[in-house]
Design a protein around this ligand. Structure first.
Ligand SMILES: [Zn+2]
Length: 227
């Protein structure tokens, strides 16, 4: 019997896979019932086969896991690139907006003739020569003068921004109403324009400024109209 063990063991893989002849199968069956060694060997073989299958699945799983990992890595990379692009665009837009707003905060300088004020039917109107201004600031200030309350209008216009800069014809004029006829235009005593070193911050709280300080500030401004 023992000399058959080698033949039986050679047959076992085919037996296990069910691809051997009925004759061989019968021989193997018979031998396994009789031979403990081969029976043990077959069990070991079965264990090995089982253990062999598991790593295959694990490897397959590992493969798909790596594929998923690669896909995630690609997605993360794409997301990072997208976020970086968005960040750069936001920075550029932000800087452009800051530059635009900084620019628009600049006040049109009075050059001696570019701004005039006259009383018209609609009120006290400033005529500005050059590009359309982008903003305006007007303050109403009362000043004590020989026991009389004088009403002063102090204003400034912001430089043009955006397309207005390019669209500008230096000789075109724009009107800006400093005081409306149906409001307080008829009570205004003088209109001042401020520009240059006078910034908005300096004009804050001007309404409550002590008279001497106010007079000094007015000295730095341009008197454009007086009743
Ligand atoms: Zn045997």
């Amino acid at each position: 019997m023992k000399h058959q063990c080698g033949i039986i063991r050679d047959l076992l893989p085919l037996y296990h896979d069910g691809v051997c002849s009925a004759e061989s199968r019968g021989a193997v069956d018979e031998h396994l019932t009789e031979c403990n060694d081969c029976s043990e060997y077959y069990k070991k073989l079965l264990d090995e086969r089982e253990n062999f299958v598991v790593p295959e699945i694990e490897e397959h799983k590992a493969d798909s896991f790596r594929a998923v990992q690669r896909r995630i890595k690609r997605s993360v990379r794409a997301a990072i690139i997208f976020a970086a692009a968005v960040l750069v665009i936001c920075l550029i837009l932000g800087m452009a907006m800051i530059m635009m707003s900084e620019k628009s905060k600049r006040i049109i300088e009075y050059d001696g003739s570019n701004i005039t004020v006259s009383m018209k039917s609609e009120g006290l109107v400033a005529t500005v020569r050059g590009a359309w201004y982008s903003g305006s600031h007007v303050k109403s200030v009362f000043m004590e003068d020989n026991g009389r309350q004088k009403l002063l209008k102090i204003f400034c216009l912001e430089e043009p921004d955006g397309w207005n800069v390019f669209a500008a014809d230096k000789n075109e004029t724009h009107n800006f109403t400093v005081a409306y006829a149906d409001m307080d235009a008829d009570r205004v005593d003088a209109v001042y324009y401020y520009s240059g070193a006078l910034n908005e911050g300096k004009l804050k709280g001007m309404e409550d400024m002590p008279p001497d300080e106010l007079a000094e500030l007015l000295g730095e401004m341009t008197l454009l109209w007086e009743r």
